[in-house]
Design a protein around this ligand. Structure first.
Ligand code: PGA
Length: 251
């Protein structure tokens, strides 16, 4: 049985004080029901240390939102995997659609990042998803397949044993328009099948595939009850402790 994993992608929100407040509130809201899911928070880089101090004695795990693929050197403004590890980070979101579109990250860049992350023992949350135009053209599966093949190129099953894949249709991110449970399930099933083909069925069966894109307390339960949806990557709703914990409880 795959455990449900709920991750909060804070994006560029909250300073140090905001981080203390939000994590403290999340911890207060968590209850016995919440303990059945794995919980990850992904604050901005500057707040990781503060966040770690607050989560280390709890069941909440820490993730970053991005990382560079080199280990050190003249890369002004970038953050390395060992820097993340040293703050207490266990996970790192890679390939988010905002990184792909606003910061021009390609499948090849993301592949390098996944390789460096796993080499340093960071668990990637590898994001993929089609745009509205691609969905309307009927090429969703083709786009997803290309992103998965390119993103995971050259990586072995044992390197990817702790990877999470997050399916996030770009048209559903921050729009209030979530994929229907059926639309999401269909793509999740496709991803699992593809991973089985690229690796093997056993690996595909234990792979956690999260859905992301306008997940809210009122749609979480139905999305998370689909057989191939193993959790959620939550943006907007993770910035309010009560909403985030309601989504965790729905899992
Ligand atoms: P959203 O963001 O929940 O605000 O749609 C999800 C994400 O970008 O991971």
């Amino acid at each position: 049985m795959r455990k449900k994993v709920i991750a909060g992608n804070w994006k560029m929100n909250n300073d140090v004080n905001g981080t203390v407040n939000l994590i403290s509130e999340i911890k207060k809201e968590l209850n016995a029901k919440s303990q059945k899911a794995d919980i990850i928070v992904c604050p901005p880089f500057t707040n990781l240390e503060t966040a770690y101090a607050l989560v280390k004695d709890s069941t909440i795990k820490l993730g970053a939102q991005n990382m560079y693929f080199e280990e050190s050197g003249a890369f002004t403004g970038e953050i390395s995997p060992s820097m993340l590890k040293s703050t207490g980070c266990e996970f790192v979101i890679l390939g988010h659609s905002e990184r792909r579109t606003i910061f021009h990250e390609t499948d090849q860049t993301i592949n390098k990042k996944i390789k460096t992350a796993v080499k340093h023992g960071l668990k990637p949350i590898f994001c993929i998803g089609e745009t509205l135009e691609e969905r309307e053209k009927g090429i969703t599966f083709k786009v997803i397949e290309t992103q998965v093949r390119n993103g995971l190129e050259g990586l072995t099953q044992s390197e990817l044993s702790d990877m999470i894949i997050a399916y996030e249709p770009v048209w559903a991110i921050g729009t209030g328009r979530n994929a229907t449970p059926q639309q999401a399930q269909e793509v999740h099933q496709f991803i699992r099948g593809l991973v089985a083909k690229l690796y093997n069925q056993g690996f595909a069966d234990q792979l956690v595939i999260q859905y992301g894109g306008s997940v809210k307390p009122d749609n979480a339960k139905e999305l998370l009850s689909q057989p191939d949806i193993d959790g959620a990557l939550v943006g907007g709703a993770c910035l309010k402790a009560d909403l985030f914990v309601k989504i965790i409880d729905a899992a």
